[in-house]
Design a protein around this ligand. Structure first.
Ligand SMILES: N[C@@H](CCC(=O)N[C@@H](CS)C(=O)NCC(=O)O)C(=O)O
Length: 260
């Protein structure tokens, strides 16, 4: 029995959904609404004291940390191998997955939070907001919520993170220009999955950084990823956040609810 607690198919949740779908592992999907702060509810913190998704529960054993989860899934479940057989290849794969966790993902995450959190909490009173903050177990996450919900990060920090996204894109383009079709060459691995989970929205969010003219090899890799049935299945998982945003935009455009 495998339960997977995840949010929308984006970022760290997408990373685990990609491995599950690529390996065609059956699992019970347990959707956690970050919009409703379900990740900070006591019942969820009893499963993951970090108050974050994704988390898996396999035969009663809990594992958090998306990169660790993916290595576990690949080791324990049948399906196509997503790690090289040789130790050197695995080391090269882990250099990518570690870099995604420690560098690429945080830069993108701070920039994204700075854009979306204020809108998410705008309807809460100060007391309601403080009550929500008090339930967040990690101090650094509490700080991130508080800053992005209210004043936002200063421009020099935002510029620094944007610079890190730009250098990440250059690093990926350089690596893929040397070979491919995947990051480690012929074998599709967890490195591709980790990078894709973060890079997927970049052509849309930062078209000046990732585009056909400046990063053709990275764009070609992105298109190859999108052709994979496993990637398509992961991206097709419910995206309630996007659906709610679209519904509220439609309501703004059509406030009286009159039909078209
Ligand atoms: N290092 C963790 C990070 C998990 C993480 O940051 N999850 C985000 C979603 S991508 C989350 O739960 N954010 C909500 C929050 O922190 O309140 C992993 O790789 O699983």
């Amino acid at each position: 029995m495998l339960e997977v607690y995840h949010a929308e198919p984006g970022a760290n949740s997408l990373k685990v959904l990609l491995a599950l779908k690529e390996k065609q592992i059956e699992f019970q999907s347990c959707y956690i609404s970050l919009n409703k702060f379900e990740q900070h509810e006591d019942w969820f913190k009893a499963i993951n004291p970090m108050g974050q998704v994704p988390v898996i529960v396999h035969d009663g054993k809990v594992i958090n940390e998306s990169t660790v989860i993916n290595e576990y899934l690949d080791a324990v479940f049948e399906g196509p191998k997503l790690r090289p057989d040789d130790e050197y290849g695995r080391a090269m794969m882990r250099i990518w997955t570690k870099w995604v966790d420690e560098y690429f993902c945080p830069a993108l995450s701070y920039l994204a939070w700075n854009q979306i959190i204020a809108a998410m909490v705008k309807d809460l009173t100060e007391a309601e907001f403080e009550a929500k903050l008090a339930r967040i177990p990690l101090k650094e996450q509490r700080d991130k919520w508080r800053i992005t919900a209210r004043e936002g990060y200063p421009q020099d920090r935002l510029d620094e993170w944007r610079g890190q996204v730009a250098s990440s894109i250059t690093r990926l383009e350089t690596a893929l220009a040397k070979g491919g079709p995947w990051l480690l060459g012929e074998q599709f691995t967890l490195a591709d999955i980790a990078v894709f989970s973060m890079a997927h929205p970049v052509p849309m969010g930062y078209p000046d950084l990732m585009n056909d003219r400046d990063t053709p090899h990275l764009m070609a890799w992105h298109r190859r990823m999108l052709e994979r049935p496993g990637v398509q299945a992961a991206l097709a998982m419910p995206n309630r956040y996007r659906d709610e945003m679209l519904a509220s935009k439609r309501a703004d455009l059509n406030p009286g609810g009159a039909s078209r």
